[in-house]
Design a protein around this ligand. Structure first.
Ligand SMILES: C[S@@+](CC[C@H](N)C(=O)[O-])C[C@H]1O[C@@H](n2cnc3c(N)ncnc32)[C@H](O)[C@@H]1O
Length: 346
């Protein structure tokens, strides 16, 4: 059954309204119909978007320099397996993947074979480094609509149309704490907060690295960003209509890193660092990794230089993408935050 039909059925069964978070869960992750759970090509030049690991090996080889001190790696949401492909060659420790999409688990097994172990649920107690690259932006978000008459929750009605209802519960409480000029619509990532709490509860010793595009709260809920950050990706075109092709395209929201840091702190972890992706990669030694490339051979060097440009340039991924690390029981500071740590801005 196509995703649109499946979603319409659920809206009808629910009496004519579902939350946007539920819509996003169905459109992206519902087994059989969701974008991540079905056969769409998704990654790379022939897909819908390119992530840092999909650009080439430079990102993974640089990240590996930060990860050497950890005894085990757990990657959440490994996509095509591109990052694991590099990291399992660079590091000698066990590598575990937790992936919600059965279709992507299969692709990862084909690519990585016995180099990784897939797990179905989080280990009771984990020691090591946890990685989530461009995973949190794909988690469902609720939509809050600040109006003159109060705070509404923006959901989805029959025919895939926007429909507002008075906000309630946790969404209302979180939205009330953010002061904004009405009218204003934005996302509130309740599932991402819950995910962070769960991750921290299962992390006994080590660090969780969240790498994604987003901002601290004061930039996220900026008065001028009055229509939020929802974005869809289809064949390398970005647009803002999440109802255009449910199940066939990516729907994302930027990450509120302050909310993640607070959730981690409340669950017993400390913030180990927060930096732009460019700063983090420079701190990890991306220039040394680049220096290993053969500058004399343009065919070899040009693609690596192009990767560096994408990863570091403030006009590309360098500034919009951030790295947040939270952890427990780690003694030495993380090299990736040795300079330009912006945790005070969270
Ligand atoms: C945008 S892709 C990023 C893939 C990869 N990390 C990369 O950077 O290329 C998001 C990935 O996260 C997975 N995913 C989304 N939510 C997840 C969750 N709660 N737990 C585990 N995997 C999740 C998706 O199935 C997909 O593999």
């Amino acid at each position: 059954m196509p995703a649109r039909q499946r979603i319409e059925q659920e809206i009808a069964a629910a009496g004519g309204w579902i939350s946007f978070a539920r819509y996003m869960q169905l459109a992206l992750h519902e087994p059989g119909v969701g974008y991540y759970a079905s056969g769409a090509r998704k990654f790379g030049p022939g897909g819908d978007f390119v992530t840092a690991p999909e650009l080439g090996s430079l990102f993974g080889r640089t990240l590996a320099r930060q990860l050497r001190e950890f005894e085990r790696i757990l990657e959440i949401g490994a996509g095509s397996g591109a990052l694991a492909d590099v990291l399992t060659r660079e590091l000698s420790c066990p590598y575990v993947i937790l992936e919600t999409s059965a279709e992507l688990r299969l692709r990862q097994r084909e690519r990585l074979g016995g180099r990784v172990q897939h797990i179905e649920r989080l280990p009771e107690r984990f020691h090591g480094a946890v990685l989530a690259n461009e995973v949190v932006d794909a988690m469902p978000v609720h939509l809050a609509h600040w109006t003159q008459a109060g705070i509404m929750e923006r959901g989805v009605g029959p025919g895939l149309t926007w429909a507002d209802r008075p906000a309630s519960g946790e969404l209302l409480a979180v939205a009330q704490a953010i002061e904004l000029p009405a009218p204003y619509v934005s996302e509130i990532g309740l599932p991402a907060r819950g995910w962070m709490r769960t991750m921290v509860e299962h992390l006994e010793q080590g660090a969780l690295f969240v790498i994604d595009y987003g901002f601290p709260r004061h930039e996220y809920y900026h008065p001028q960003r009055a229509t939020g950050t929802l974005m869809c990706h289809y064949r390398h075109q970005a647009h803002a209509d999440p109802f255009a092709r449910p199940g066939e395209e990516d729907i994302t929201a930027h990450v509120d890193f302050s909310a993640l840091a607070e959730a981690a702190h409340a669950a017993g972890a400390e913030v180990l660092g927060y930096a732009s992706q460019a700063q983090f990669l420079v701190n990890c030694g991306i220039t040394e990794v680049l220096a290993e490339a053969n500058v004399e051979n343009a065919l070899h060097y040009a693609p690596i230089a192009a990767q560096a440009q994408k990863l570091l340039s403030p006009a590309e991924m360098g500034e919009l993408f951030k790295v947040l690390a939270v952890g427990k029981g780690t003694s030495s500071p993380l090299a990736g935050f040795s300079r330009g740590d912006r945790r005070a801005s969270l």
